[in-house]
Design a protein around this ligand. Structure first.
Ligand SMILES: C[S@@+](CC[C@H](N)C(=O)[O-])C[C@H]1O[C@@H](n2cnc3c(N)ncnc32)[C@H](O)[C@@H]1O
Ligand code: SF4
Ligand code: SF4
Length: 336
């Protein structure tokens, strides 16, 4: 599922080699949480527990985009909160298009119709999904399933590319739901990325409540690995085989080095940046003001956090890429 142009891939390759041989942060990928607002409170997410910051002013957004330009990234991953709630969503996507940066988003699908014209400009929408309608409503609350269904139908009608992202919690880590998700992706000729629940800051207590048992995770991941290795059923699985192997050890991952702060970092809704916002401690103690700081000093100060590890596809693929695992070229096509 590659939407990068040859020129963007060339830039990516150059950046990669610079990163490989430099001690300073050289981001190939960047996630920008463009708003902290979200009307959901999904069981495993800490967004509603964090201090909500009012959306930035347009002049602050402009300062951020000017700095992003200097980073020469090929792709910008736009997230939140719910990114479709940001008043600057259209401005940011058009900025990307005007500067040949490939824009992709993570979204719950809510507010899709209201943002349709902008959504048509995206290279990819990654819809978050947990399972069937009943399960979606349990995990995400309210009318989550209905909003997602409507968004999927509209995306399909308007030929907007989309894929699915499933957070593996105790609610969906079973073969029935996994096969439901794979069938759904196959039906829409797309893929699902499976990412285990992560213990995150201010949701530590709820982690035990919503995490599956290790044996359930192993069963599901083994099932995915078998399907991934079969030429007839691998197409709907976004994870690489190496990535799935890494997930077998959940929740105590092996020692694959983390690429946060080295190959990617995250710009937060308040205009600060951190290496990663998904750790189990307050990363904000290390946050750097992205709007006002000089870019060189941001890159020099950025440090890979101490973290128990994770199963996020983007991090795993960058880590495997960094260590020249055999799927490097395949990974370059999909980098997010
Ligand atoms: C934080 S949301 C932001 C974008 C949008 N609101 C959405 O739900 O897609 C991005 C992704 O993070 C996932 N996520 C949230 N909390 C998580 C956790 N504790 N562990 C793993 N993934 C998590 C969500 O399921 C979603 O796919
Ligand atoms: S996962 Fe997304 S939709 Fe759910 S609470 Fe977090 S930010 Fe909101
Ligand atoms: S291992 Fe790295 S990328 Fe993954 S959650 Fe921890 S800090 Fe973030």
């Amino acid at each position: 599922m590659s939407m990068l142009t040859i020129r963007q891939k060339g830039t990516l390759l150059k950046q990669f080699f610079r990163a490989k041989f430099s001690h300073t942060s050289t981001p190939l990928a960047l996630r920008w949480n463009i708003t902290s607002r979200c009307h959901n409170s999904c069981l495993y997410c800490n967004n509603h527990k964090l201090n909500r910051h009012p959306d930035l002013e347009l002049k602050e957004i402009e300062k951020i985009t000017q700095k992003i330009l200097k980073l020469k990234i090929a792709r910008l991953s736009i997230s939140g909160g719910e990114p479709l709630l940001s008043p600057h969503f259209d401005y940011i996507v058009r900025f990307c298009k005007n500067h040949r940066i490939s824009p992709i988003i993570n979204s719950s699908g809510q507010y899709f119709a209201e943002n349709l014209n902008t959504l048509k400009l995206l290279d990819l929408i990654q819809f978050s999904i947990d399972g069937d309608h009943e399960l979606m409503n349990t995990v995400r609350g309210g009318k989550a399933a209905l909003y997602l269904q409507q968004a999927i139908e509209l995306a399909q009608k308007e030929k907007i590319k989309f894929s699915f992202c499933a957070t593996l919690s105790k609610h969906n880590t079973n073969l029935k739901t996994i096969d439901y998700l794979l069938d759904l992706a196959t039906h829409y000729k797309t893929v699902v990325a499976f990412q285990p629940i992560k213990r995150v800051y201010l949701k530590e207590a709820e982690f035990a409540e919503h995490a599956p048992r290790a044996i359930e995770m192993q069963k599901v991941v083994t099932h995915l690995l078998e399907k991934k290795r079969s030429p007839h059923s691998s197409a709907a699985i976004r994870n690489t085989e190496l990535g799935l192997q890494h997930l077998l050890a959940w929740p105590h991952y092996g020692d694959l080095p983390c690429m946060a702060g080295k190959l990617f970092f995250v710009i937060q809704a308040d205009g600060t940046c951190v290496a990663c916002d998904r750790t189990d401690y307050n990363q904000n103690l290390h946050a750097i003001n992205f709007i006002e700081s000089d870019l060189e000093s941001v890159l020099q100060k950025m440090r890979t956090p101490l973290c128990e590890g994770c199963g996020f596809c983007g991090n795993l693929e960058l880590a495997h890429l960094f260590h020249f695992k055999y799927q490097v070229l395949h990974t370059l096509r999909k980098i997010a």
